[in-house]
Ligand binder design. Structure first.
Ligand code: SF4
Length: 307
């Protein structure tokens, strides 16, 4: 298979930072339990590896003990952190600086009496962390259509977005909000690293016959990449290279698409398969995938993507 690899792949800076702080804490505190509320990052294979090294994933801060409680890159609500502190845990804050910025902007808007619209997924931990700071001063919105029906006219509205939200959805919702308020303050809290990946994924999807998106199914930014790619070409979302093993459903579907591609698929003579990854996907997962699907005649040591 001809592979075209995206340039921006592997962990983003916020995920790298959260992982290295956690690994450092494990090393420097032998005998102490490291707790994370839910997965530290949205990538099951990486989380399984952390668990093997001694990280304990808990479902409520009430289960934290006298160890170290890690705030993940997507942040947590203050009440949750407070509950872990009450249980005697030491807090290790690995919140990504971009998420911290969103939290501060949301709190500032609420303090200035703006009603804060947060464009994103209601049950995503990042959004819960923001709502946990501003309570009833905030409303989470996922689709412009919901907003048209449900939001009453307000004098002052501030709008922010989940860091991994797509630019187009943010723009659509801002457009609707213009008709809902006399004073609208738009704060762009989209993460530049996710925007770069989204742009690259869309560009790449325009040149290939199929796209493979590698990342956790619970990863919001990976799902976003998948949504964007499949609007352009057949796309496959996988968590690890194992899902493309011999005889798997995904592999046979991919082969079918590429067979058509051998004859030049689509009006612009696209070719090959594009590979992009979410921000919590390790480089090793991409390498394994490339090894699995690349043309066996290719002699390159490290795949840079076929021209
Ligand atoms: S995607 Fe952006 S906001 Fe999220 S952890 Fe990575 S750098 Fe931070």
């Amino acid at each position: 298979m001809r592979i075209k690899l995206a340039k921006n792949i592997g962990f983003c800076f916020g995920v790298k930072r959260a992982l290295s702080l956690t690994l450092k804490a494990l090393k420097e505190n032998p005998g102490k339990t490291i707790y994370t509320l839910g997965p530290l990052i949205h990538n099951p294979p990486v989380v399984r590896d952390l668990q093997k090294r001694g990280v304990k994933v808990i479902t409520s801060a009430a289960y934290a003990g006298r160890g170290i409680f890690v705030i993940p890159s997507h942040g947590l609500a203050p009440a949750v952190v407070g509950a872990a502190r009450k249980r005697g845990a030491k807090i290790l804050d690995a919140t990504c600086p971009y998420v911290l910025r969103s939290q501060k902007i949301a709190s500032g808007l609420a303090a200035d009496n703006y009603h804060v619209i947060i464009v994103g997924e209601k049950f995503h931990p990042e959004i819960k962390g923001i709502i946990g700071r501003i309570g009833r001063a905030g409303t989470v919105v996922n689709r412009a259509a919901d907003l048209r029906r449900s939001l009453p006219y307000r004098k002052k509205i501030g709008v922010i977005a989940q860091t991994t939200e797509s630019l187009s959805r943010f723009r659509d919702i801002v457009a609707v909000l213009l008709g809902k308020s006399s004073e609208l303050k738009v704060c762009n809290t989209l993460c530049v690293h996710t925007l770069d990946r989204q742009k690259e994924a869309v560009d790449l999807a325009g040149k290939v016959c199929a796209m493979i998106v590698v990342g956790g199914r619970n990863s919001a930014n990976t799902r976003r990449l998948f949504e964007l790619c499949r609007k352009k070409v057949p796309a496959f979302h996988i968590e690890s290279a194992g899902e493309l093993g011999r005889g798997t459903r995904v592999l046979s579907a991919l082969r079918k698409v590429l067979k058509r591609g051998d004859r030049g698929c689509g009006p612009h003579q696209r070719s090959g398969v594009g590979v992009v990854s979410g921000t919590s996907t390790p480089d090793v997962s991409i390498r394994e995938l490339v090894e699995k699907i690349r043309d066996p005649r290719c002699r390159r040591q490290h795949c840079e993507g076929c021209a």
